[in-house]
Design a binder for this molecule. Sequence first.
Ligand code: ZN
Length: 603
Amino acid sequence: MHEYWIRPVSPEAHLFEVRLQVRTPDPTGQQLALPAWIPGSYMIRDFARNLVTLTATSGGSPVVVEKLDKQTWRCAPCSVPLLLVYQVYAWELSVRAAHLDTTHGYFNGTSVFLQVCGQEAMPCRVHIASPKGQGYRDWRLATSLRPVDAPFMGFGTYEAESYEALVDYPVEMGKLTLLETEVKGIPHRMAISGKHRADTDRIARDLSAICTEHVEMFGGTLPIDQYLFLVLAVGDGYGGLEHRDSTSLICKRDDLPRHDEGEPGQGYRRFLGLCSHEYFHLWNVKRITPEAFRPYDLSREVHTRLLWAFEGITSYYDELALVRSRCIGVDSYLELLGQTVTRVIRGSGRRKQTLTESSFDAWTKYYKQDENAPNAIVSYYAKGALVALALDLTIRIGTDGARSLDDVMRALWQDYGRTGLGVPEDGVERLAEEASGLDLGDFFQAYVHGTEDPPLERLLAEVGIGLGLRPARSLEDFGGRRKLGDVEPPLRPGLGAQIKVGSHPPEITVVPDASPAQAGGLAPGDQLVAVDGFRATADNLAGLVGRLRPGEQVPIHVFRRDQLHRLSLTARLPSADTCELWLAGKPGEERLARRRAWLKLAD
Ligand code: ZN
């Protein structure tokens, strides 16, 4: 068994100190490595760059350590236990790394625990200590690592069955709020770090309903004996990372529910959606796992064309579960769905990159997006969710309601999740056909391997939901649900470019393909100083362009870097790139029944 000791040795300097004892080092020289990436976040992060000092001893004598590459070390041969001592600088406030100051500590094993190369299958024991000093006496600890000798939520000794397991249990320490609930008799906890005034009873109730919905969908039993949501509440932030029986989340503290929260507002809905998303991963990706990830090679990029299924299907169910569990209403769900459609159709990149390509190139494209991303790539999350919706409705319609995507997910769980076999690259397609009994070859060819838009207008009509497109009314307009009595404002020309929030003068961030901005020669980074000879500001820009007549040409002035340029803008009415959904007035019995079954609504 490998033994690790970790201590926040200097919260002021953001340093953890780690000791690792290797009982039986490789007699030819033990190699040690730190991962280049963390499962669930497909980007090379080179965690080894934060390792500050490293020394090795054996029987009290120093052992020579040689660096082999950016993340691998080799110790000189030694026979008795090898002891490594090193410090890790922890100052990245994200769910993917490690962070430490005088208010809290957080780490993923991938940032702090060296891998004993060749002995990864051995169990690991980890002793976690609190920082020294009076100020830290009320710190508690939250992790779903298995305690061996530690009080509930306390510092002490924990265990994991292997290195891969060890790095799948994030640890949070500090002043924590704990809330507890049960799902199918299994304890589910949430530890919130950071100041907040949230209604924790409300969170517990809603979480319980959402988690229960996911468990029911996967057949009614849970493959875990506990689950932990680690939440860091901050002023501004958003993110989550899935683990086998826990998740790390960062959210705005204002997204947590107020004590008088009624139907969840946008913020709380976003928080519940995040919890729902990561919990669904407990099955989809943590246990139903692409073959390419069995086992994870954490030293380099690992490619799969299936991320659309693991992230897109998860994104579909994360919101669907909110309405199925009654945490949000149908109107609220349509709003979320309409906004996702808008996000997807506004990017011309969806015509150039398929979902399988987007999955494969996640490392260098989705995770490294620049100003041209909307013109070059498609999100396997957003389009993946729409394809999942289309697949679900296609199966429901094609089988007269006898089968659905739920059956496909249960089949994936039976064949791959329960057995521990990896999903082959064609596995999702094959099981979708098997579980539905339908020939879905054309479907996958067009929307997954091809760049076609899924036919959502036609499919949603079959569940009594209307879909329409209209031009955006403002820069903040992402569509959603059509509200009764909405009056269409008069259509006015726009730039069609995205502007950096709060920039003075307005700074262009994204220039979409075929927009008036692109035709006029505007580029990302340009500072727009005048339109038609009038000074442009963030406040008046829409008005300056909006008062032009369609077809009219006017001069615009921009600073590109330090040079003033005179360009020419041809005014044009905006295109219909904003989606709205609505419940059809009289959809008919069959469509109504289909909608009820899909959203699990009462008659
Ligand atoms: Zn995800």
